[in-house]
Design a protein around this ligand. Structure first.
Ligand code: KG4
Ligand code: ZN
Length: 360
């Protein structure tokens, strides 16, 4: 059978039209950082999306790569098993397997990639490689019964904000994405996580700061904002400014953090969001788009979400927010990206290697 013979060679191959199913059952596997996730989609419709986090990193205030790979190894079989069961799909029914190739931690990526390759060989179905950052954007094309929405129309601008990346992307088609601005140092999520660590909060710090900030005054303190040309970002100055401010305050008030936690969180959060939105607004004025979106873990942030909605109303653009479950790392976004590759016959093979840094 032709479908069985094309997937194992070293060259890139294309599925021919007659081999494709219009709404294939695709298993997605995500293991780029510290979440092991598997999802089953029927076309773009989510049938299941299982995510196993790794609490082992909490004690270290950040992800420990070696521990992450080990946890992926332990989690991957039960997570995939649960995703198939939740979807009511037998593995023999799958049409293709999509996996995250990068960017991410190499040891973590290898667990998902090796598993996907073995499964594709065993089931004799095509393998689809997915870029994690493109997948964060393409999460906007998912459909699920608990999310009523219209996907963004091309071209649109997406602010992708995660633990490792911060970038403004001009999305011209599913796979034609131009990065028009990016951070020159830390990512926005890193700024949240590092500030949280300094305040003695648990990892990941973003959601904790978001929660504590609800009782705080966002104008209580002010921190340095970067002055970077064009559409690029910088967060390392803010981190230093926050650190020095705390050091100075604690020199005469040792319990300063404890007694001002909510105000510190609210002020830091609003500074990060203002930095993010100022450049995003600049980009929107520069590129003629009707639709604007945010994606990635930090797009779960309540203040950032409200700011995007307010901006959309102010400048009359259609705004797109993801349900929280599709903001942070998840395999549904990997599977939907795989689906678009499947539709375009863009299949990969057993020689696919992980990459740690963004390939563009
Ligand atoms: O996309 P993601 O799950 O992983 C990466 O690809 O990096 O993003 C994780 C980041 C972490 O830095 C975490 O602190 C941040 O997303 N995050 C938040 C919120 N929820 C997650 N940051 C601010 N507010 C939140 N509610
Ligand atoms: Zn991510």
């Amino acid at each position: 059978m032709p479908t069985k013979s094309i997937i194992y060679h070293g060259d890139s191959h294309r599925l021919t039209v007659e081999m494709k199913t219009p709404t294939p059952l695709i298993l997605g596997i995500e293991s780029s950082c510290d979440d092991t996730s598997a999802a089953v989609l029927n076309g773009v419709s989510v049938l299941s999306n299982v995510i196993a986090g790794q609490s082992v990193h909490e004690a270290y205030g950040g992800v420990v790569p070696e521990l992450a790979s080990r946890a992926h190894q332990q989690n991957i079989i039960p997570v995939i098993d649960k995703a198939l069961k939740d979807a009511g799909v037998d593995k023999e029914q799958l049409h293709a397997i999509a996996f995250t190739r990068g960017p991410g931690l190499l040891g973590s990526l290898l667990v998902g990639i090796s598993f996907a390759k073995a499964m594709s060989l065993g089931l004799r179905i095509p393998l689809l490689e997915v870029d994690h950052l493109q997948a964060h954007v393409l999460a906007h094309f998912l459909q699920d019964p608990n999310w009523q929405h219209q996907p963004p129309e091309f071209p649109f601008l997406c602010l992708t904000v995660s633990g490792g990346h911060t970038q403004i992307v001009l999305v011209k088609s599913h796979f034609d994405m131009e990065i028009v601005g990016k951070t020159i140092d830390d990512a926005a999520g890193e700024a949240f996580d590092k500030a949280a660590k300094v305040m003695g909060l648990t990892y990941p710090g973003g959601p904790v700061i978001d929660r504590l900030a609800q009782d705080g005054d966002s104008k209580a303190f002010s921190f340095a904002k970067p002055n970077i040309p064009n559409l690029d970002y910088s967060f390392s100055g803010l981190k230093t400014s926050f650190l020095y401010f705390l050091r100075d305050q604690m020199a005469h008030t040792p319990d300063f953090i404890e007694t001002h936690k909510a105000d510190l969180c609210a002020s830091l959060q609003s500074t990060i969001v203002e930095i993010l939105m100022a450049k995003f607004e600049k980009a929107i004025r520069q590129y003629p788009v009707n639709d604007i979106a945010i994606a990635g873990g930090v797009s779960a942030n309540s203040v950032l979400r409200n700011s995007l909605t307010a901006l959309g109303e102010k400048i009359n653009k259609k705004t797109h927010l993801l349900p929280l479950r599709y903001t942070t790392d998840n395999a549904a976004m990997i599977a939907v990206s795989g689906f678009f590759k499947y539709q375009n016959g863009m299949i990969t093979n057993q020689l696919a290697k992980p990459y740690s840094r963004q390939q563009r």
